[in-house]
Write a protein that binds this ligand. Structure first.
Ligand SMILES: CC(C)(COP(=O)(O)OP(=O)(O)OC[C@H]1O[C@@H](n2cnc3c(N)ncnc32)[C@H](O[C@H]2O[C@H](COP(=O)(O)OP(=O)(O)OP(=O)(O)O)[C@@H](O)[C@H]2O)[C@@H]1O)[C@@H](O)C(=O)NCCC(=O)NCCS
Ligand code: ADE
Length: 285
């Protein structure tokens, strides 16, 4: 069973490495540049991933060994996640590289471990993946209401809390509570349908697909709702205009546009990592 635990956690780590290595990503940190970020670079992300690695293993282990309710497992992985977040910030000199990704992997690796504890085995079928997402939804039930219950009394607010108060946007918490529809209904069907394509162009197009549809808290917190709506339209147009011969050139140009606008689709980047994780468990590539 330990080999399976190591394999699952390893796929999550690989997904985070694939995401940051993917190049060129508009506005994001990659092998070419730091996108719209002045405080972090490719090596900051490598340091971050290494700091999170032991906790990815612990999230799966907590799930596999869990015997209570899904909600009880959520509290266990979230407690572990707080330690992971501290380790990440220590490794990155207090820069928020993977806060959202750490939260989602805590929930989804815990859910994966719980389902494996009930007999699920990789390679996953689409139904196996859906069983994990359904369990993650059960774990996250009531999360938005619980987390945002007493915001008025708080003296300092996170980006997500500010977005909720300003626009009613629920961000990654809402995504988790809904069972990650950006995975089940958007990126995973796309990756399954195009799995034979070269991986870099496949993942670049997957990122554009996410950018064209997800409610990305990072874009909104920096640029507001209008900037987010514009990026959704532009990403959709790029997806329509791109083909094997011009994709990288279009992405390089769009990277310069988002850098100039100081906008970064960090939420879409996190969801890309999660999509790669499940694609690996399904042996898509
Ligand atoms: C639930 C938490 C994630 C806390 O959330 P928080 O309230 O802090 O804020 P959110 O913005 O709601 O979420 C934080 C990150 O989640 C990513 N994100 C946002 N929207 C979405 C979405 N629709 N789908 C998926 N993911 C989303 C995003 O993270 C990525 O971008 C971050 C890098 O950019 P950042 O530094 O945040 O912003 P910058 O523009 O760079 O800032 P400046 O340079 O301009 O200053 C990076 O984190 C990526 O992961 C959001 O940032 C969870 O952390 C939590 O529960 N915290 C409480 C303590 C705890 O329980 N921790 C353990 C959790 S297991
Ligand atoms: N490659 C990346 N660049 C900037 N923010 C991110 N958040 C997650 N991945 C990221």
């Amino acid at each position: 069973m330990n080999e399976l635990l190591v394999e699952i956690a390893g796929q999550a780590e690989k997904a985070l490495l694939y995401e940051v290595a993917l190049t060129p990503k508009p506005g994001l940190v990659d092998r070419n540049n730091s996108g719209a970020h002045s405080d972090m670079d490719f090596f900051t992300f490598l340091d971050s991933i290494v700091s999170l690695s032991p906790y990815l293993y612990q999230y799966v282990k907590l799930g596999m060994e869990h015997e209570g309710t899904a909600k009880e497992l959520f509290h266990k992985v979230r407690s572990m996640g707080v330690h992971a977040e501290k380790a990440m910030l220590a490794a990155t000199k207090n820069i928020n590289t993977h806060k959202g990704a750490n939260f989602s992997f805590a929930v989804l690796l815990g859910a994966t471990g719980a389902c494996i504890g009930r007999g699920l085995q990789p390679p996953f079928t689409q139904n196996d993946t859906q069983e994990v997402l359904a369990y993650a939804q059960e774990m996250s039930h009531g999360l938005v209401t619980d987390d945002f219950a007493d915001l008025a009394a708080k003296t300092s607010l996170t980006y997500g809390e500010k977005l909720y108060l300003s626009y009613g946007i629920t961000g990654i918490r809402g995504e988790a509570e809904a069972g990650y529809p950006a995975l089940s209904g958007l990126i995973l069907p796309f990756l399954r349908a195009n799995q034979s394509q070269p991986i870099e162009s496949l993942l670049l197009k997957a990122l554009l697909l996410l950018m064209s549809q997800v409610e990305d808290g990072n874009i909104i917190h920096r640029g507001g709702i209008d900037a987010w709506q514009t990026i959704k339209m532009e990403a959709k147009q790029l997806l329509q205009d791109s083909h094997e011969g011009n994709l990288k050139e279009l992405m390089y140009s769009y990277d310069l546009v988002l850098i100039e606008r100081h906008l970064s689709p960090g939420g879409a980047a996190d969801l890309l990592s999660l999509g790669i994780f499940f694609a690996k468990l399904e042996n898509l590539f």
